[in-house]
Design a protein around this ligand. Structure first.
Ligand code: SAM
Length: 302
């Protein structure tokens, strides 16, 4: 954990101050500066400030501005539409934590961490960062004490409806949430795909699959599989461009299609399916996708 600047470089050392430091006990590790427990706790208590600072930089698009050539505070402020001296303090705070690097002459550059705040970075977490500081989300955290006291979810206490009900009625906040989910899915996909081989499955269903970032990656890794994306109608509408951009839209059915009677209009042939539990045989049109509504032309289509 990095030292906070309370004690560096001009403040008294915690050791000189007679405080009780946490001492590294791993014998193989290099001696590291001891951090008194109360300072560790202090850092934890200010985590929300840091979250909000990162989220604000993400929302303003600071990393994108730097990537496009702005480097002084004035240039960045001009680019993102911010108050220069206040932005300067935000940049300094985030530079202390390695998000940006402060150079001479009031210039700032992106660090590898800061690269992830760019919209188009290969491991972008910009939309996730925006979400973590979004008012509708933070407001719910503010009520955590009541949730712990009563067992009632704080989101519903604060907003009068649960998260997904709220998002259904607030499209702008829903876009923030969906973007955050895409960032998470996009950044942790490599790990999932490297440990799980989906290629032997003919159909992969992602229940509550958001805008389909995860399912898109799975289908790209399993070229003969078809996908079914189940989510709420507004989310599925937002999923359409994601599925198209991934090049798997023609292999992926969404719950919107399920709920509208979108079935192959002209079934060319039918196949029979016998349930192993009930023994009932039903017929479906062979061209139907695996999960679909009853086909209008073939009433027993599953
Ligand atoms: C935590 S997010 C998962 C995001 C997703 N895994 C991704 O990679 O983007 C949970 C998802 O469940 C969906 N959801 C919540 N309630 C639902 C419901 N009753 N029916 C369908 N989807 C629902 C939400 O809209 C949201 O997209």
């Amino acid at each position: 954990m990095p030292y906070i600047n309370l004690y560096a470089p001009t403040g008294p050392s915690p050791l000189e101050d007679g405080m009780n430091p946490t001492v590294a006990t791993d014998p193989t590790s290099q001696p590291s500066p001891a951090v008194p427990p109360f300072l560790e706790l202090y850092e934890l208590t200010t985590g929300a400030w840091l979250t909000q600072a990162i989220s604000t930089a993400a929302r303003l698009g600071v990393a994108d501005a730097i990537a496009s050539g702005a480097s002084t505070t004035a240039e960045i402020a001009q680019e993102v539409g911010a108050h220069a001296s206040t932005l300067h303090r935000l940049m300094r705070a985030l530079s202390d934590h390695g998000v940006f690097a402060q150079g001479p002459g009031d210039r700032f550059a992106l660090t590898p961490m800061g690269e992830s705040l760019r919209s188009d970075g290969s491991h972008s977490l910009r939309r996730w960062a925006i979400w973590t500081g979004a008012r509708f989300y933070r407001d719910a955290w503010s009520d955590l004490e009541q949730a712990v006291r009563t067992g009632e979810p704080s989101f519903a206490r604060v907003h009068g409806t649960d998260l997904f009900g709220y998002l259904g009625a607030h499209p702008d906040d829903a876009a923030v949430f969906d973007g955050a989910m895409q960032d998470i899915a996009g950044n942790f996909l490599a790990g999932i795909l490297s440990v799980y081989d989906f290629s032997s499955y003919s159909t992969v269903v992602d229940v509550g699959g958001g805008t389909g970032a995860l399912l898109s990656a799975i289908l790209r890794a399993a070229p003969s599989a078809r996908g079914v994306l189940l989510d709420t109608p507004p989310v599925l509408t937002a999923a359409e461009p994601v599925l198209r951009a991934a090049g798997i839209a023609d292999r992926c059915q969404t719950a919107l299609e399920t709920s509208s009677t979108k079935c192959h209009p002209e079934p060319t042939s039918t196949s029979s399916v016998t349930s192993s539990t009930t023994g009932t045989t039903t017929t479906r049109c062979a061209s139907c996708r695996p999960v679909g509504p009853p086909c209008a032309r073939t009433p027993s289509c599953w």
